[in-house]
Design a protein around this ligand. Structure first.
Ligand code: FES
Ligand code: FES
Length: 241
C-alpha cells in the first residue's frame, strides 16, 4: 500500500467512525433530536415562522346574570363572573368598599354582611367565602346601609350600635368594625324577636361576637358597647330593671 492509499484508507475509516458516533448520539438523545426537528413538522417547514403563542388563562370566567337588593336598593341584573366571591362583587361591581377583606378564608369575619331572610330574621354571611351568585334574588345590608342619610346621601344619624361603638372608643384602626356592627345588629334584631334573661346577656353577647377577630383593642370595649345598647333598648331583656 502506497502512502497515498494508506492516507485515503485512514480518512475513510475516520469518517465512518464519526458518522457512527453521530448516529449513536442521536439515538440516545431523542429529545434533542425532536427539539431540533419536531416529528409533526415537515422538514420543509423547519425554517417557517413560529406560530403565534396560544393564550391559555388559568381560569376562564363565565359571566352570569346577578340581581339582588342591597341596602333597600335593587341592583342588577349585572353580568358577573360565575364563582366570583361576594366581597369582590361588592367592591368592584357595586362600589361598596366598606366591607373589609381580612383573612379571605372565613376565619376573621371582617367581611360579613347581613342577609335578610323572607321570614323576617337576619343572619351574618361571610362574603370572602360565599359566591356572589348565592345572593341572587336575596336582600342584604352592608355597613353602608346602617346610618340614616339625607337626600344628598350624607350621614345624618348613626345607628344605635355605631353610636355606642364611638362612645365607648371600641375600635382603633377600624378594620374589623364593619363586621362587628353587622354582628351586633343581627344580635339586636334577634333579641327583639327573642328577648333574653338578664343573667344571660353577657354570655349571649359573647357568643354572638365570638367569631369576630380584632387585632387592636382586645374586644372589651366592643362587648361593653353592645351590652350598653342591649340593656338600654326596651324589649331586649326580659327582666331588665
Ligand atoms: S375576610 Fe372573610 S372571614 Fe376573614
Ligand atoms: S380596631 Fe383594628 S382590627 Fe379591630
Amino acid at each position: 500500500m502506497t502512502l497515498a492509499q494508506s492516507a485515503a484508507s485512514a480518512a475513510s475509516a475516520s469518517a465512518a467512525a464519526v458518522a457512527s458516533q453521530a448516529a449513536s448520539q442521536a439515538a440516545s438523545q431523542p429529545d434533542a433530536a425532536s427539539a431540533a426537528q419536531p416529528a409533526s413538522q415537515p422538514a420543509a417547514q423547519a425554517g417557517a415562522a413560529a406560530p403565534a403563542p396560544v393564550e391559555r388563562p388559568l381560569v376562564q370566567y363565565k359571566p352570569k346574570a346577578l340581581s339582588l337588593t342591597i341596602n333597600g336598593k335593587d341592583v342588577g341584573p349585572l353580568q358577573v363572573p360565575e364563582g366570583l366571591m361576594m366581597i369582590e362583587f361588592l367592591h368592584e361591581y357595586a362600589g361598596l368598599t366598606g366591607s373589609r377583606l381580612g383573612c379571605g378564608q372565613g376565619v376573621c369575619h371582617a367581611c360579613v354582611v347581613i342577609l335578610d331572610k323572607p321570614d323576617g330574621s337576619s343572619e351574618e354571611m361571610r362574603t370572602c367565602i360565599t359566591g356572589a351568585h348565592f345572593f341572587n334574588g336575596r336582600k342584604i345590608r352592608t355597613i353602608e346601609g346602617h346610618a340614616k342619610r339625607n337626600e344628598a346621601g350624607e350621614v345624618v344619624e348613626l345607628s344605635p350600635i355605631q353610636q355606642k361603638f364611638l362612645d365607648h372608643f371600641s375600635f382603633q384602626c377600624g378594620y374589623c368594625t364593619p363586621g362587628f356592627v353587622n354582628a351586633a345588629t343581627v344580635l339586636l334584631e334577634r333579641l327583639k324577636r327573642e328577648p333574653v334573661a338578664k343573667a344571660d346577656v353577657e354570655s349571649t353577647i359573647m357568643s354572638a361576637l365570638d367569631g369576630h377577630i380584632c387585632r387592636c383593642t382586645g374586644y372589651v370595649r366592643y362587648y361593653e358597647a353592645v351590652k350598653d345598647v342591649v340593656m338600654s333598648t326596651p324589649g331586649l331583656v326580659k327582666d331588665a330593671a
